[in-house]
Design a binder for this molecule. Structure first.
Ligand code: C5P
Length: 253
């Protein structure tokens, strides 16, 4: 049996060389990390849920004309994606104050923002992905002005699509993070949505009850992460048959 070539192993995913040039196999792990990996756990079933949810969001985006790296799902934990050159930025879009923005500006979590706010963080785990401005991005050459215009319009289109989709199933899209990558078509370069879109990288609150259905459940010890992600998948009609996550039996003393 031939061994696959591992390209990269991150906190939640492993990338392997794909079957054809220009393709990559993206494997979703069950590992959950928070606070730049200070808090860690293995959450059984998370990788399967995120693989399916990311497929669902990326396919939907492709359908409405927002280009993504997603090609096809291969199995429960793996998907085939287009290889691209990742722009070293985490692009965050916020509709309501939460998390680091709420803390930084002293806003109450849940405060509606006057308009969607787009923020950029420099992708560097050692530095804890610090917030940067367009000045830093231009000065250090992480992205060109044209890239920044494209990233802004791409991220706002993703926001419109995801907000509407979530609203339709009674979920508020508080904020999310995407990554973008460059692909080359002859003389042209295009930017596409890359990495993953899942409850690991979004804040999702039930509109009625405010219940958190995203990674904050893990970050803040609010209960079962797989139950929360399964609920999101169930409402969106993803994995309807496997929508009941059965927890492992617990030993009783
Ligand atoms: O922590 P903060 O409030 O800045 O996060 C904003 C949004 O970006 C959240 O939905 C969070 O899950 C996501 N995020 C992420 N990966 C990071 C930082 C933030 O997915 N490294």
């Amino acid at each position: 049996m031939a061994r696959r070539k591992k390209i990269y192993e991150g906190k939640a995913k492993i990338l392997y060389e794909g079957p054809e040039p220009g393709t990559i196999v993206q494997y979703f792990k069950d590992d959950a990390t928070a606070f730049n990996a200070e808090k860690k756990d293995v959450i059984e079933g998370k990788g399967v849920l995120n693989n399916r949810l990311s497929e669902f969001f990326m396919t939907g985006l492709n359908t409405v004309g927002v280009p993504t790296h997603f090609l096809k799902r291969l199995n429960m934990r793996e998907q085939l994606v287009r290889a691209c050159e990742i722009v070293p930025l985490e692009v965050i879009v916020r509709n309501f104050a939460a998390g680091s923005l709420a803390k930084r500006l002293g806003l109450e979590e849940g405060t509606p923002l006057p308009r969607p706010i787009v923020e950029y963080c420099y992708k560097d785990d050692k530095l804890g992905d610090p917030l940067v401005t367009e000045e830093h991005i231009a000065a250090f050459g992480w992205a060109s002005q044209q890239d920044m215009d494209d990233i802004l319009s791409l991220s706002l289109r993703v926001n419109d699509y995801l907000s509407g989709l979530m609203y339709g199933v009674g979920i508020r899209l508080v904020d999310f993070k995407i990554e973008v990558g460059r692909v080359y078509d002859g003389d042209y370069q295009r930017l596409i949505v890359a990495d993953e879109i899942s409850p690991d990288s979004m804040r999702l609150w039930d509109i009625e009850t405010g219940q958190k259905l995203d990674k904050d459940v893990f970050r803040r010890d609010l209960g079962s992460l797989t139950d929360a992600y399964t609920e999101v998948a169930r409402r969106l009609g993803v994995m309807p048959k496997q929508a009941t996550h059965v927890a492992k039996p617990k030993l009783i003393n």
